[in-house]
Ligand binder design. Sequence first.
Ligand code: 13P
Length: 404
Amino acid sequence: MSTAPATLHEDLELIDPAGGSERCPTDQLGTVPLAEERAFAAWQQDIPREYLHLPAEELDRRIRRARAALGERLVILGHHYQRDEVIRYADFTGDSFKLSQHAAAQERAEYVVFCGVHFMAESADILTRPDVRVILPNMSAGCSMADMADPDDVLAAWDEIAEVVGDGVRVLPITYMNSAASLKAFTGRHGGMVCTSSNAAKAFAWALEQADKILFFPDQHLGRNTAYALGIGLEEMVVWDWRRPLGGLTPAQVQAARVILWQGHCSTHLRFSVEQIVRARAEHPGVRIIVHPECRWEVVQAADDYGSTEKIAKVISEAPAGSVWGVGTEINLVNRLAKQNPDKTVFCLDPVVCPCSTMYRIHPAYVAWVLEELVEGRVVNEVRVDDETRRWALVALERMLALP
Ligand code: 13P
């Protein structure tokens, strides 16, 4: 088994990342050998050559063998958006909040393999004991929304806002879990906290009890939906465009706002529209619509319910037999819910929605690679947060974990 990945990208026939079209049929998500996967050559992390052409059954055999050899030294965490061929190896599955609780609760494991994206692995590293090694199977599995909040831009915004609002006004920063560890540390240092989609309302209420304003980043939609549900009017919120001086706002707008929303978004959730909901209601009388709060405000308003991936899974699994569900979130989770609830009809509101392209980068070949390296005593793809960042990010994460 080689340790240093060979550079393979130039050997591979380049596959059009968009598959020649923006459409991604939902019935074509089965796992093929990594080399044949759409867009592999364009954006995946290099991996030793031997893993490239392994079929799904062989990867399955090798992952199971490595897992058995590692025993209790290993814990695998899997986010709901992972494909079936990866989530089946997870010791624990959940939304980002539940997975952070599982990471914090690990007492025996030496290794946590996080099948999710980079910010989740960073949070797991912060929440586990310092000697636990956290591994992200494919280092290119990031989050484009998290990348929309560049730490330098947030720091600059913080200073600009402070200057405009003056000394007597308290602003608290809250960061969505989908953000760099350095931004979690920033919120910790400034009295704020981290939140996820399952506790954003509690985090906002906590902040508004003690401060005049919230600066929330990076997802404007989760921020808007959360604040609105707490009774804050849309006219009391402003969007901070990080590309422009003072966020593209006037000093008076910043002074009047109760919630300042960073101009970030999730591309997967922005695909859902009110028109899709109207069509679903026309085609399926009695359908219930549930969406993720990263969807636009109008979409959340038009839905019957909304919540984190864990809440969506819970609501559908507890619904009566025969009920019909139109769902606005990532396709791997929706397809799984349809399979797990054969007595109900569960469908994605967008019939051609793509999977979250970064979550999808955890192909079983990467899981096999990192586990087989661990069996050999080698840690590849470790995610480690430096001590100073860790100290303050932990403060912000622990404030979240302490919410009632
Ligand atoms: P959840 O916390 O609802 O699982 O959301 C995770 C996420 O990253 C959505 O983009």
